[in-house]
Design a binder for this molecule. Structure first.
Ligand SMILES: Nc1ncnc2c1ncn2[C@@H]1O[C@H](COP(=O)(O)OP(=O)(O)OP(=O)(O)O)[C@@H](O)[C@H]1O
Length: 639
């Protein structure tokens, strides 16, 4: 197998399923080169200084040879002092140029990393929600970290190494051959003894590093999933911590083994290099000495050859593994490109428009929709599977049509899986419809700008996700320009003012991941405050199914009253009070609207709604005499 073949083999054996979608192709190489284009000028400066550095490197042995010749001839003391001074000067120049080359190459590498990070981050942000529901967070984070760093290596490490080593090697060989081709050729005879295992070692080490990188990615996935508050709760309630530990330990232990093995291999490699170059040195001194005694070679030339030889093996070794290094870097590039190539399914059209101002109605016009299959939205390597599932895409909404006039409230009820949340997600354009249209204020959401959609529509979800940041920054997310007075006004209307005031840090209190330090009701009120800051014309509300204590319940109801007032609302309803007050109730079953009307109309119709009411709700209603009490609830997700 050729060296390139060996490198590929070792990479593929660990990269596994990468072959289909993350493989290094000619296209990857071309794109990587295109990626380097903005840095062309700096690359040229870098190559120029690398060449200068290589020239300086051969100057010292040559000057040392001259000194030895002068000493042997016992002639000119001044010349010896001059040459020694030159050697000192060359040393200064070598250090200076060396620093400069390092500086240029590290700047180049860091700039590449910055560019790549920014483009990957921006691109991932544009991905549709379907992508995030499928991707393993840890795998994605590791792609942003380790692969981007791997790609950087291509520039700062591998590329600079190849250029300067190649120049040094060629120059050193030219000077050596010019000094004595016989001694040089003989010294090089030993080379294969060293280079053959060097190639093997290089690719083996690269493949072990790759395996370690994959294991590290797995560990970070496991940690991000298990160490989040909900993940940790799940492990405590249902999981087996011992099994989790074992799984983690097996991977960590393998990383340790790889660490020890690759360090040892590197050490053996360096020892072998030192040994072979020591043998070659013996040859140079022996054969060079022989020629010198015979008068065919000056004593100084023997010194030149010996000194140059010590500078020959290091670049040779580096070049022996350069291809493997380059391949690893290209694999990293390929993995980064793989993410950049994912098309954001939901994008803003160039001619996108803004929604009209003022109250807005909502219209679903014969909407059909199926969730996209995995292979449309994700990458196998990010889901931890070999190939993506092409199945799916079955229709879950079969021609949904309804209208909510500006200011109206529409309640969605129906069995679990009937399609209520799907309707909410289509309205928020988290997915695009397959056919038909979703319109807000008469404008198709697909023709609107993202900014305008964000200010026209807000969603209050059941779990009210909050970032692990201060209450203030969680609120400002909705309206960055909001004043202090705006924030407090929203909090007052969301019935949170006194709670936040009583906290020692007030608005600067940090709420834990998913807002875990707040109660369910408080969390939901904070998301309502967020909504009140945006003042959207349209509200989507997923009512909490969980029963809250009466104080919390009353506060949430009051906050919701504020949130819905004067706005068009689509509510996935669980409370009878909401359902009663809705302008229309849509009863969904299996992706169809099977009934529509008001509470009394639907009860009179004695259909599916009446059935849901009887089985799920009548008892609760009896308790309150049918009044719209705040604690009564009707599970919209009736089984
Ligand atoms: N991300 C998804 N990918 C694929 N299918 C999905 C996805 N989310 C929901 N579905 C499917 O779409 C159908 C409608 O689900 P939806 O969540 O809209 O129901 P729902 O009425 O809101 O139910 P619930 O009251 O239980 O939340 C179900 O068959 C469900 O399995």
């Amino acid at each position: 197998m050729s060296m390139e073949g060996a490198a590929w083999h070792s990479l593929w054996s660990t990269a596994g399923a990468q072959k289909d979608n993350g493989g290094v192709t000619r296209q990857t190489v071309r794109r990587t080169i295109a990626f380097a284009k903005p840095y062309r000028a700096r690359l040229v400066v870098f190559v120029v200084f690398s060449v200068i550095s290589a020239f300086i490197a051969v100057a010292t042995p040559l000057l040392a040879g001259q000194i030895v010749n002068a000493i042997v001839a016992r002639t000119d003391l001044q010349l010896i002092i001059f040459l020694a001074g030159m050697i000192a000067l060359v040393a200064v120049a070598e250090a200076g140029v060396g620093l400069l080359v390092r500086w240029i190459s590290s700047q180049l590498g860091e700039d590449v990393i910055l560019d790549l990070r920014k483009s990957v981050f921006d691109h991932v942000q544009r991905m549709p929600i379907a992508f995030f529901t499928r991707t393993r967070t840890g795998a994605l984070v590791s792609r942003l970290n380790s692969d981007v760093i791997g790609a950087q290596q291509a520039f700062s490490g591998t590329l600079s190494g190849i250029v300067s080593n190649l120049v040094t090697l060629v120059l050193t060989l030219i000077v050596m051959l010019g000094t004595s081709w016989q001694v040089t050729v003989l010294a090089l005879v030993l080379l294969p003894i060293f280079l053959i295992p060097a190639r093997r070692f290089g690719s083996r080490i690269a493949s072990m590093r790759k395996e370690a990188a994959n294991l590290n990615a797995d560990m970070s996935t496991q940690m991000t999933e298990r160490f989040s508050a909900p993940g940790a709760t799940l492990v405590k309630l249902f999981g087996r911590p011992a099994d989790e530990s074992k799984e983690f330990f097996v991977r960590a232990a393998r990383v340790r083994d790889i660490g020890v093995k690759s360090t040892m291999m590197q050490f053996v490699f360096v020892t072998a290099l030192t040994f072979v170059s020591a043998l070659a040195l013996a040859l140079v001194y022996g054969l060079g000495g022989f020629y010198a005694v015979r008068g065919d070679l000056a004593a100084g030339d023997v010194v030149v050859l010996a000194l140059l030889l010590t500078r020959l093996y290091a670049p040779l070794t580096a070049l022996a593994s350069a291809r493997v290094d380059l391949m690893s870097a290209l694999v990293s590039f390929a993995r980064v490109f793989e993410i950049l190539d994912l098309k954001p399914l939901i994008d803003q059209k160039p001619e996108a428009k803004e929604f009209p101002t003022g109250p807005l109605g909502v219209e679903f016009d014969n909407v059909r929709f199926g969730y996209p299959a995995a292979d449309k939205v994700s990458l196998a390597s990010l889901e931890d599977v070999a190939t993506l599932d092409a199945r799916g895409g079955e229709e879950v909404l079969h021609g949904i049509s309804f209208t909510a006039k500006p200011g109206e409230t529409i309640a969605l009820v129906g069995s679990s899986g009937a399609g209520k949340s799907t309707i909410a997600q289509l309205l928020a354009r988290l997915y695009d419809v397959d056919s038909g249209a979703v319109r807000i204020g008469g404008l198709d959401v697909r023709d609107s700008t993202f900014d305008s959609l964000r200010s026209a529509l807000s969603m209050v979800t059941q779990d009210g996700h909050l970032f692990h940041e201060t209450i203030r920054s969680n609120l400002l997310l909705a309206k960055p320009e909001a004043s202090e007075a705006d924030l407090w006004s929203a909090l007052r209307r969301a019935r949170l003012e006194s709670l936040i005031e009583s906290m020692p840090d007030g608005l600067d209190t940090v709420v834990g991941e998913r807002g875990y330090r707040l109660s369910g009701g408080e969390r939901q009120r904070l998301t309502i405050a967020r909504l009140l800051l945006v003042q959207p014309a349209v509200v989507i509300l997923d009512e909490a199914t969980a029963a809250l204590d009466s104080t919390n319940e009353a506060a949430v109801q009051a906050a919701l009253g504020e949130a819905l007032r004067g706005r068009t609302a689509i509510v996935i309803a669980h409370r009878l009070s909401t359902i009663r007050e809705a302008d229309a109730i849509l009863v969904l079953e299996g992706g169809n609207i099977v009934e529509r009307g008001t509470h009394s109309e639907l009860l009179a119709a004695q259909g599916r709604y009446a059935e849901l009411y009887e089985t799920q709700f009548a008892q609760a209603d009896q308790g309150t005499g049918g009044a719209s009490g705040s604690a009564e609830s009707m599970p919209a997700a009736a089984q």
